[in-house]
Design a binder for this molecule. Sequence first.
Ligand SMILES: Nc1nc2c(ncn2[C@@H]2O[C@H](COP(=O)(O)OP(=O)(O)OP(=O)(O)O)[C@@H](O)[C@H]2O)c(=O)[nH]1
Ligand SMILES: [Mg+2]
Ligand SMILES: [Zn+2]
Length: 340
Amino acid sequence: MEADGSLLRLGWDEGIAALLADAVAAGAVPGRVVRIERGACTVATGDGDRVAHTRTAPAVGDWVALRVEGDDVTLATTAERRSALARRDPAGLTQVLAANVDIVFVTAPADRLSVARVERETALAWDSGARPVVLLTKFDLAPAGLVDRLRDRLTGVEVVPTSVLTGEGTREMAAALQPSRTAVLLGPSGAGKSSLVNVLLGSDVLATGEVRSGDHRGRHTTTARQLFLVPSGGVLIDTPGLRSLSLPADHGGVAAAFPDIEAAADGCRFGDCSHEHEPACAVIAAVADGTLDAARVENYRKLRSELDFEARRDDPQTAQAAKRVGRVRSKAIRQFYSER
Ligand SMILES: Nc1nc2c(ncn2[C@@H]2O[C@H](COP(=O)(O)OP(=O)(O)OP(=O)(O)O)[C@@H](O)[C@H]2O)c(=O)[nH]1
Ligand SMILES: [Mg+2]
Ligand SMILES: [Zn+2]
């Protein structure tokens, strides 16, 4: 199918054309979901934006085909996702925050940096199938040495300082988006996500909100997930800052976010070592000799046990198996001690 320029700018390619080929052959109109509201989604097509009514909820970034009958627009098909940034919401359900993204910009505000949150969001980003890039936002407010401290703590992920006041880092963001990649901004309220979108779009499209003066927390200014075309190329998705960001399931994101700890863990005596109290634990040893950061290991353990908990909730049979493994392990540990 011949795609026109506006679909190409949205990231359309031959793979997506193939996924939607049947629907398009049957007369449906292809497009990309740019905004979701209750019961309706806005879809950018080669012929402008259309509002479609839908019972199933696609996510911002989904490629869809619309059935258009006069004024009545409905969703015919949603293409299989290449990647999906998702979290487990407070009700325990998996919520897709953005679909078909290539890059997750993990925003970490320099005036209120939580490294543990950055690590969690980086794991979530790796889980999505996209590549994380950490943006140290509001860099004009950063205390000296902050970017080095962050780079020292994280492994295997690029850290780019940004500031909408000095313009630092925005050229790197624009370059990462070209020619037609899709990036989503993830991070706490008040991190400066919408401010960065405005800079990249070259106009104040989005409302931004002052952070509270006392604790620098944001005021949850953005309430909708929304997709924008960046004039210099690429697509940017803004999201509201979320309080709770539980990992929905283990797709290898934690391992990817903590490759240094995973590598050290290869040296543990027990394959299912929890790195808490086991003898011959290479991770505990690496913390003791200063090779690994204690706070980083602590956060890794927390994310791992969160995933274990969720897996047990989803599948009690696995939970039973885990209990059995636990019993075998404690026996092995007792044996290890008694042999010494
Ligand atoms: N000093 C400084 N302030 C910034 C920068 N970027 C954003 N801000 C300010 O930080 C506040 C929050 O910015 P927003 O862009 O609304 O933050 P957000 O991440 O979109 O927040 P939510 O929509 O609530 O999730 C605003 O008052 C911005 O003016 C920056 O680079 N430097
Ligand atoms: Mg915002
Ligand atoms: Zn261990």
